[in-house]
Design a protein around this ligand. Structure first.
Ligand SMILES: [Zn+2]
Length: 198
């Protein structure tokens, strides 16, 4: 796992990221590099967006652990994910039922665990999962992508969540090259409105 972006690290100066919404974030395993990386990544999202999500009841649990070891999720251990793994073997999810992002350790194929799962919160709570722009970008791109992003409602929501993580981590030129400039501009003007860089 690569180190976080250069510069001052998270929590500096402006109080962005998790520091902007302390009432909504529970941090475990504070000194683990995975925890630190997820906190650095979270600070790539605009502060106003995080505050909006928190105001709508979204919560985060962040740490170096798997889903059943977060508070309230022990019962998930043997349940199967849509792609046939057990929740006990993975470290990240977004729970629609209680609007909670879990971002822990374990294997994943995302640009960023916490940004992907927060992408689901953005998509679900703020309506982006099913917007015309997300539908158009998914329809134009799903056939070029892994089957995880297939031509289903689930695939579209995974596409949106991962595109949020990619836009935050790699920048808007990356999403423009991958999915077209209109969709990259859409993310820039909506989800990433007010973001300092990228
Ligand atoms: Zn997902």
């Amino acid at each position: 796992m690569a180190k976080g972006p250069g510069g001052g690290g998270q929590g500096s100066g402006g109080g962005g990221g998790a520091a902007a919404i302390p009432q909504a974030v529970t941090i475990f395993d504070s000194y683990a590099s995975i925890t630190q990386q997820n906190l650095v990544d979270m600070a790539l999202l605009p502060t106003a967006l995080l505050r909006d999500l928190a105001a709508q009841g979204v919560q985060w649990q962040i740490g170096d652990r798997l889903i059943p070891d977060f508070i309230g999720y022990a019962g998930m251990r043997n349940r199967l994910t849509p792609d046939g793994r057990t929740y006990g073997s993975i470290g990240g999810m977004y729970s629609i039922i209680d609007s909670t992002v879990l971002a822990g350790g374990g294997p994943h194929g995302s640009a960023s665990m916490v940004l992907h799962e927060t992408g689901h919160a953005i998509g679900n709570v703020l309506g982006y999962h099913d917007s015309p722009q997300t539908r158009a970008a998914h329809a134009a791109n799903w056939h070029k992508l892994p089957s995880y992003f297939d031509n289903t409602d689930r695939g579209r929501r995974e596409f949106f969540a991962e595109s949020v993580a990619q836009h935050a981590k790699y920048g808007r030129e990356w999403t423009a090259n991958a999915y077209g400039k209109p969709y990259s501009d859409y993310l820039k003007k909506t989800v990433f409105k007010g973001q300092k860089k990228s």
